[in-house]
Design a protein around this ligand. Structure first.
Ligand code: ATP
Length: 363
C-alpha cells in the first residue's frame, strides 16, 4: 500500500456522545481512522464498544458531535446518512447467515443488492465470488448451506459476504467469540491475512486484550464510555497512560511509593531508588509505578525489595511466582534458566534494565 494512501484519514469522530434515556453510553469521543488501518476497540463489557460501532454503521444518530467519512459529513444529532448509503461491511459474533442460502449465494447477495459496490470491481460476479471464496479458503464449500458448515467456516462466510462489495470500512463486533479457543487463534491469523490482501480499513471490537495486541495497528482502549488511550500495541502495553489501561491490558503490578523527579521510591523498600522508567504523568501523579511480571529480576541476595514467595507455578519456559512484599502481593514471571525458587523462600526483587526489557518485548 502506498504511504500516502495509508496515512489518509478515512473517518473522523469529533466529540461524539450518545445517551440512551438518562444513561450516557459514550462521552465526547474523538478519533481519526486512517485508510487501511486495523483498529481494535478494546474495553470491558458495557463500556460502549457496540454503541460506537452502531453509530459508525449508521443504525442510530449521535446525541452530539459529528462524524466524517471520506470527507463527507455522515452524522450529526440532526442528520444521519443511513447504513445503505455508507460503504460499510459488517461481521457479527452471531455470523447472521441465512439458512436458505448456500455459501456462494451469501457472497452474491451484496454484489446484486447493495447500493454500494465498489465501482472498480468487475461486473463479473462469478469471478468475484470465486476470488473471495479463495481468499477465505472456502472454494470447496461454495454449494454448502450454513447447517452443513462448522463454526469457523460460518464465520468465513460472514467475512466473505461482508468483503464482497469491497467496503471502505469493515466493522467487526467480537467476530471470534463464538468460536473455541484453538479455532480463534487460527481465525486471528486468517483475518490478518485478509487484511493484508484486501488492504481494508478494519474496526474490530473486542474485550480480549490478546486479540487486540496481536492483530491491530492501533488500539483504542475504552472504559465507561470514554477513550482511555489510543496507541500502537507496543505503546499500550509498555507505556499505559492510566491506571485502567495499566491493569486492563496484560498483567501488571501497581507498586505504591513516591515519585521524586526521575526516581521512584517504593513504600516497602525506602532504600530502593528505581530510575530509567518511562511512566505516564498521570500514574506518576498518583505515586504509582506499574511493573510487568516479566520486568522483575529475582535474586536470592544482594540489592532489591525483599519479599517472600507464596506461590510457584511452572509454565514451561517460565515460572510464575506470587511474592508477598508487606501488604502488596506481587506477580513475577521468571525465566526457567535463571534457577527456581520454592514456596517460603525470601527473594530480592529488582527491575530489569528498561532497554533490555524493550529488547525482550520486541524479540
Ligand atoms: P459488551 O462488550 O457487553 O457487548 P459494549 O462495550 O459493547 O458491551 P454497549 O452495548 O455499547 O457496550 O453498551 C454501553 C452501555 O449502554 C451499557 O451500559 C448498556 O447497558 C447501555 N445500552 C446499550 N444499548 C442500550 C439501549 N438501547 N438502551 C439503554 N441502554 C443501552
Amino acid at each position: 500500500m502506498g504511504k500516502e494512501c495509508a496515512e489518509k484519514t478515512m473517518i473522523t469522530l469529533d466529540g461524539i456522545s450518545k445517551t440512551y434515556g438518562n444513561y450516557q453510553a459514550l462521552q465526547s469521543i474523538d478519533l481519526s481512522i486512517n485508510n487501511g488501518e486495523f483498529i481494535a476497540i478494546l474495553g470491558p463489557s458495557g463500556c460502549g464498544k457496540t454503541t460506537l460501532l452502531k453509530l459508525l454503521a449508521g443504525f442510530m444518530s449521535p446525541t452530539s458531535g459529528r462524524m466524517i467519512m471520506n470527507e463527507q459529513l455522515i452524522a450529526t444529532d440532526k442528520k444521519v446518512t443511513p447504513p445503505e448509503k455508507r460503504n460499510i461491511g459488517m461481521v457479527f459474533q452471531s455470523f447472521a447467515l441465512w439458512p436458505h442460502m448456500n455459501v456462494q449465494e451469501h457472497v452474491r447477495f451484496p454484489l446484486k443488492h447493495h447500493r454500494y459496490v465498489n465501482k472498480g470491481l468487475s461486473k463479473n460476479h462469478d469471478k468475484r465470488i470465486t476470488d473471495i471464496l479463495h481468499l477465505v479458503g472456502l472454494e470447496k464449500f461454495a454449494k454448502r448451506y450454513p447447517e452443513e458448515l462448522s463454526g469457523g467456516q460460518k464465520q468465513r462466510v460472514a467475512l466473505a459476504r461482508a468483503l464482497a462489495p469491497e467496503p471502505s470500512l469493515l466493522l467487526m463486533d467480537e467476530p471470534l467469540s463464538a468460536l473455541d479457543a484453538e479455532l480463534r487463534m487460527d481465525m486471528r491469523k486468517e483475518i490478518q491475512h485478509i487484511h493484508r490482501e484486501t488492504k481494508a480499513t478494519i474496526m474490530y471490537v473486542t474485550h480480549d486484550q490478546s486479540e487486540a495486541l496481536g492483530m491491530a495497528d492501533r488500539i483504542v482502549v475504552m472504559n465507561n464510555g470514554r477513550i482511555e488511550q489510543i496507541g500502537s500495541p507496543e505503546t499500550i502495553y509498555l507505556r499505559p497512560e492510566t491506571e485502567f489501561v495499566a491493569t486492563f491490558v496484560g498483567k501488571n503490578n501497581l507498586i505504591k511509593g513516591k515519585w521524586m523527579n526521575q526516581y521512584f521510591i517504593p513504600d516497602h523498600s525506602p532504600a530502593e531508588k528505581w530510575s530509567n522508567l518511562d511512566i505516564s504523568p498521570q500514574l506518576k501523579k498518583k505515586n504509582i509505578c506499574p511493573i510487568r511480571p516479566e520486568q522483575w529480576r529475582l535474586s536470592s541476595h544482594g540489592q532489591g525489595m525483599s519479599g517472600k514467595i507464596t506461590t510457584v507455578q511452572y509454565q514451561g519456559k517460565e515460572i510464575h511466582y506470587t511474592i508477598q512484599v508487606g501488604e502488596e502481593r506481587i506477580t513475577a514471571h521468571d525465566n526457567i534458566t535463571s534457577g527456581r525458587y520454592s514456596h517460603g523462600d525470601t527473594v530480592k526483587l529488582s527491575i530489569r534494565n528498561p532497554e533490555s526489557q524493550t529488547e525482550m518485548q520486541y524479540r
